[in-house]
Design a binder for this molecule. Structure first.
Ligand code: NAP
Length: 303
């Protein structure tokens, strides 16, 4: 199946692109500083899940690197829903905070929808609450979720005309698949969303000029699923133990896929860093909006 291979995909380097976005965010933060405006990002984590703790730590560290003030709240696993809502209520009122991020998933005794919807929409830098999700759906101004936004910026970075391309999105979660579909629809792509109940999934994915894989299933997409010269964006982050070593892999079998795609994102070093960069960008955008000043020019040119 993999014989007679004559091409290798170009790699879309998420780290490199994320650093470029972060540089622009940093410039924007300096511009705001001249007006005595200092963006702040509050992150909340409940419990001690190792992967989530790493994500939140990285988000805080990256915020500090670009000059955004980071406020980190680590709450015990058994924190009550009431106490969590009280914290968000206080952060909603706190002028030093422009963005509030609650790391998901939350423990089962907490209603995640209630928590997400309690965040002031103007501080909902993840773009998950009902108002921002709805705004994206009906083409109104709102906060765009960081991971799909990162994927879109990666697609734009390769200067390929997206208009009319068939994008197949694997996964229909509220945080990746659904907003991704809306964003690419806005780019005039033709969209197919597949999920765990889709029949004949391989043949559907093979029709995609663009594949966005966000199922959370390691190496789901193999060579035979991919149309020649497709563009593959791998959102999946899966932890595997291979020969006794922990390894991160995506939803796309990279070594095979790079032999048939025209562009591909790696895991790690692909969508992950872009998600964080877009979180920082959203924080600064929201900060500018909340202070009724023009969006910093260095960021505007990114979108
Ligand atoms: P999720 O909420 O678990 O959703 C997974 C989606 O994939 C669901 O719609 C599910 O279908 C579908 N699915 C599951 N198995 C499938 C299969 N065998 N074939 C086709 N579709 C299948 O996950 P998520 O939060 O969207 O995240 C997806 C992946 O992206 C995870 O690996 C996650 O770690 C990663 N992620 C990465 C970033 C980043 O920054 N790089 C950010 C967010 C998420 P049903 O709806 O039918 O159940």
């Amino acid at each position: 199946m993999l014989k007679n291979l004559c091409m290798t995909a170009k790699i879309i380097d998420g780290k490199l692109l994320a650093n470029k976005v972060k540089e622009k965010v940093s410039i924007a933060v300096s511009e705001l500083g001249k007006e005595s405006i200092f963006p702040g990002l509050a992150t909340i984590i409940v419990g001690k899940d190792a992967a989530s703790s790493i994500y939140v730590k990285n988000k805080g560290k990256s915020a500090n690197e670009v000059g955004i003030k980071s406020f980190q709240y680590a709450l015990p696993e058994n924190v009550s829903e009431e106490d969590l809502l009280e914290l968000i209520k206080n952060l909603n009122k706190d002028n030093a905070v422009d963005g509030i991020l609650v790391q998901l998933p939350l423990p089962k005794h907490i209603d995640s929808d209630l928590v997400i919807d309690s965040i002031d929409p103007s501080k909902d830098v993840d773009g998950f609450n009902i108002l921002n999700a709805g705004s994206l759906f009906i083409d109104r101004d709102g906060v765009i979720p960081c991971t799909p936004l990162g994927c879109l910026l990666m697609l734009r970075s390769i200067n390929v005309d997206l208009k009319g391309k068939h994008a197949v999105i694997i996964g229909r979660s509220n945080i990746v698949g659904k907003p991704m579909a809306q964003l690419l629809l806005k780019e005039n792509c033709t969209i197919t969303v597949v999920h765990s109940k889709t029949k004949n999934i391989k043949n559907i994915v093979k029709e995609g000029d663009i594949i966005i894989a966000a199922a959370g299933i390691p190496n789901l997409v193999t060579y035979s699923w991919i149309k020649k010269d497709a563009i593959a964006i791998d959102v999946g982050i899966n932890r595997l133990k291979i020969e006794g070593k922990n390894k991160l892999v995506g939803d796309i079998k990279f070594d095979e896929a790079k032999e048939i795609t025209s562009y591909i994102t790696p895991v790690p070093g692909g969508v992950g860093p872009m998600t964080i960069a877009c979180l920082l960008m959203n924080t600064v955008f929201q900060c500018a909006k909340r202070n009724n000043i023009a969006e910093p020019s260095s960021l505007k040119e990114l979108l």
